[in-house]
Design a protein around this ligand. Structure first.
Ligand code: FEO
Ligand code: CA
Ligand code: CA
Length: 713
């Protein structure tokens, strides 16, 4: 998300060395290693079990069997989508599409109501995934689970000229209810006909809306603790709603993971901030949309967004309400009546998404997550329980998947990443027995500061500060090559990354509430090597085969523009320049190879007026990754950059996000979020520009070849 609700301010006041200062040093140090320690480095590489990565054809594109079969697109800045020759792009389930069909369809001038919005697609489509109803028809009939990240009040309230009392005064209750219902998640059945046309199945029994008011369960270490006691849930086990659901994940047992990102700003606290509120960016002013200002409904329907202590104790007010947000949330898309669980063991912060690692029978499962704020961290969760194939999804059946989820996701070890300048990295456990390695608490256990795992989870970022994690350039999406286990993650940009010889500044300075010491600004480091990282980059890493705390990493590609030569570390050209990488998906194909799809959220707003934003709208790129080179250079560089191709371009002002393809790879699904004047009113052709101004609607887009072949090749 690039507009309106973005607040990736650095609330990290810790003194950890930032990733971008690490990159400049990293690049020079790697060259030194090549000269004098090459043999040792090669041995270490082998020790890290990288054979699976090397099985890829390597940096020489002539060795690759998988070749991108489309011409890279020149930039585009129009109110329409652009796709390569021979492809189509269809608008599918835009905001306001009724899940029930009937006579209550979308109209350009529809006045949105709480009831209609509660049974229609929400706003601002983001992460999404597909769930087959049976194996045979998985590429033409499945359940789509999709996030509705946030709202555009201008579009939502267009017929009445905008929201009421948006900046001061009481918001009308039904406007607030409508806005709450425009957030969350939708599950909708999609079906393709023999002509290649896709449509939602109106009235299907699986269709479901989950909103920022839907009751759900807390699970894992935080459940039932005093941290989350509220007047509505005096035993601290339940909460209403999931909020600002950005990217997503999925599990091998067939559930959808939706991830709470920019939720702190919907809450307020007029009193003194608690350490976790200060660390995550809750403040005492009006909430983002003033939801707390509405005349209250039953049981604190709106006043729960005001976290000011007002009662005699936490069971009499909503001082703890926000502590039930900031989690990975598990949904069973196959059962519209199933309970929903916030899996608190995976940490509490501004979660971008949650990506499953390689799945191996008899081994623990791993899920990767990132905290999208400036100078925040990358995490992974390793399950205590080892994977049993007998737990795998049985498509289309309704049974208790959440019981399986509880076994894997409620117990395990949460780690945070430190990236070192020699190309290795360490995963630092956030557990009660972890020893703090430095600073004023050096030598103490995390449990001494946070008491128990619930305390660590509520204060995840502070615990990560204390353990010495590497502050990153805003971690957005990750993805895993399911064959090799290689992990990719976008680092979208960071205006608070400073020069190597500068001092880190800390968000907690002078703030008695600060427990860790997150960074306001942080100097460059090996993994984040560019000061004021305008263009962003992508890193990748390979886990050690026998030590869950060790990995090796390298820069994969740097965003940049040919017209900004100093920034252009990957040698990009006008047909593949990009900035602010965000969405990612590794699309496994044949013989262990695959396509890495990259989506961008660069836009023209909020200071992203860089050379890329001046020549193209946001986009989808594709590349067939080679093996890790470990030579200190980005994997995509001036010698091989032509393998990175621009596949699609979005309409003006929109970001492109959310991505998957059908199992047969004949249809690629993406989302267009916050367009300015799209889609055109009377066509499903996403490549058509609107006549005049339309009420803009975020939408899914399905891209297919006219001949029905596999996309990308
Ligand atoms: Fe919602 Fe960090 O993107
Ligand atoms: Ca973004
Ligand atoms: Ca994003």
């Amino acid at each position: 998300m690039s507009q309106e609700i973005e607040n990736h301010d650095d609330h990290n006041e810790s003194g950890n060395r930032p990733f971008s200062s690490v990159m400049t040093r990293y690049l020079s140090r790697r060259r030194m290693l090549q000269g004098s320690l090459g043999l040792a480095a090669a041995t270490l590489f082998t020790d890290f079990g990288l054979g699976a990565a090397i099985r890829q054809a390597g940096a020489d594109p002539s060795n690759r069997r998988l070749v991108l079969g489309f011409e890279s697109l020149p930039g585009s800045m129009t109110d329409a989508i652009v796709v390569p020759e021979g492809y189509t792009a269809q608008v599918l389930v835009p905001w306001g599409t009724s899940l029930d069909g009937g006579n209550t369809g979308w109209q350009q001038d529809i006045h949105m109501t709480p009831a209609f919005q509660a049974r229609a697609m929400g706003m601002h489509h983001d992460g999404m995934y597909h769930f087959p109803l049976d194996t045979q028809h998985a590429s033409r009939d499945f359940l789509l689970a999709i996030n509705h990240e946030y709202i555009d009040q201008t579009a939502l309230w267009a017929p009445q000229g905008g929201p009421t009392n948006s900046d001061e005064g009481a918001r009308p209750a039904d406007e607030v209810r409508t806005e709450i219902n425009a957030h969350g998640v939708a599950v909708v059945r999609l079906r393709r006909d023999d002509q290649g046309h896709w449509a939602p199945v109106a009235g299907d029994g699986h269709n479901r809306r989950i909103t920022s008011a839907t009751p759900m369960e807390l699970a894992g270490p935080v459940r039932g603790t005093p941290w989350v006691v509220t007047a509505w849930s005096p035993d601290g086990t339940r909460v209403r709603g999931t909020n600002n659901n950005c990217a997503c994940g999925h599990t091998p047992w067939g559930t959808y993971l939706t991830c709470e990102e920019n939720w702190p700003e919907v809450f307020t606290n007029q009193g003194e901030l608690t350490p976790d509120q200060a660390r995550l960016g809750i403040n005492g002013e009006r909430g983002r949309y003033g939801w707390e200002s509405a005349d209250d409904g039953e049981q604190g329907e709106f006043s729960r967004f005001d976290n000011t202590p007002r009662g005699d104790d936490p069971s009499k007010d909503y001082r703890n309400e926000a502590r039930s947000f900031g989690y990975i949330v598990e949904i069973d898309p196959y059962d519209a009546g199933s309970a929903i669980y916030k899996r608190t063991a995976l940490g509490r912060f501004r979660h971008e998404g949650c990506w499953p690692g390689r799945v191996v029978e008899g081994m623990p499962l791993t899920f990767y997550t990132g905290h999208d704020s400036r100078n925040e961290y990358i995490y992974k969760f390793v399950t205590k329980k080892h994977w049993q194939q007998s737990d795998a999804n049985r498509p289309g059946e309704a049974y208790d998947r959440q019981a399986i989820g509880a076994r894997y996701l409620d117990e395990g070890t949460l780690y945070v990443a430190r990236f070192d300048a020699d190309g290795t990295g360490e995963w630092l456990p956030l557990s009660v027995d972890a020893i703090i390695p430095r600073g004023e608490h050096k030598g103490r256990r995390l449990g001494e500061l946070f008491k128990d795992q619930a305390g660590i989870i509520i204060n995840t970022c502070d615990a990560a500060d204390l353990m010495g994690a590497t502050p990153m350039d805003r971690p957005e999406w990750g993805t895993v090559d399911p064959h090799s286990g290689m992990v990719y993650m976008t680092l979208t940009n960071n205006s608070k990354r400073t020069e190597e010889d500068s001092e880190a500044s800390f968000t907690g300075e002078g703030n008695a509430a600060a427990m860790g010491s997150g960074y306001a600004t942080a100097p460059v480091n090996a993994a984040n090597p560019r000061p004021d990282n305008t263009y962003g980059h992508i890193i990748r890493w390979q886990e050690s085969s026998d030590d869950p705390t060790r990995m090796r990493w390298e820069p994969f590609v740097f965003g940049g523009s040919a017209s900004d030569a100093d920034s252009n570390l990957s040698g990009l050209t006008d047909v593949n320049a990009f900035a602010s990488p965000d969405g990612l998906w590794f699309d496994e194909r044949d013989n262990g190879e695959g396509i890495l799809w990259i989506e961008t959220d660069n836009g023209l707003d909020k200071g992203r007026e860089n050379a890329v934003a001046e020549m193209t709208n946001d986009q989808v790129l594709a590349v067939v990754p080679g093996a890790m080179s470990q030579d200190g250079q980005p994997a995509i560089n001036a010698q091989n950059q032509a393998q990175l191709k621009r596949f699609a371009i979005g309409p003006n002002d929109a970001e492109v996000t959310g991505i998957f393809a059908t199992p047969d790879r004949t249809a690629l699904f993406i989302n267009i979020q916050h367009p300015a004047n799209w889609p055109a009113a009377d066509t499903e052709d996403a490549t058509q520009a609107a006549q005049g101004q339309v009420r803009p609607r975020s939408s899914t887009v399905v891209i297919q070849k006219r001949d029905g072949g596999r996309i990308g090749v």
